[in-house]
Design a protein around this ligand. Structure first.
Ligand code: 5GP
Ligand code: ZN
Length: 116
């Protein structure tokens, strides 16, 4: 059930190309695109093509979770100086608003402690 496409899911629609996004990476497992409301000079979301709710469900596939982290590092090197912060907001009270797992990659300059 976790690997099926959800027609009501915003990020499933972005993966399908039904909603435009500024992609910076794509492969057979993930896409990565610029966040609509950037919180850093580089703010990219790495999104598995497969619909999974959050990082807990993503961790059921360790290889895919590892690939997300690896792509995040490549993006930080390509678009920033290589340093980056990787964030998975998980659950409403942690600030998750889109329930299709995504890793926030923040890079491209000094990042304040506690800053998103
Ligand atoms: P969350 O709050 O779930 O961790 O992160 C969701 C992120 O998705 C937010 O940073 C928000 O700015 C971004 N976002 C929401 N809708 C869109 C969209 O349609 N396109 C893009 N590129 N980013 C979006
Ligand atoms: Zn989805």
């Amino acid at each position: 059930a976790t690997d099926s496409r959800d027609p009501d899911c915003l990020f499933c629609r972005i993966v399908a190309g039904e909603i435009p996004s500024e992609r910076v990476h794509e492969d057979d497992q993930v896409i990565a695109f610029k966040d609509l409301h950037p919180q850093a000079a580089v703010h990219v979301l790495v999104v598995p093509r497969e619909h999974r709710r959050d990082v807990r469900e993503l961790a059921e596939r360790p290889e895919l979770l590892g690939h997300v982290a690896s792509v995040a590092g490549d993006i930080a090197s390509d678009l920033g100086d290589g340093d980056f912060r990787l964030i998975f907001n998980t659950g409403e009270s942690a600030g998750q608003t889109v329930f299709h797992v995504h890793a926030h990659v923040l890079a491209g300059g000094p990042l304040a402690e506690g800053e998103m």
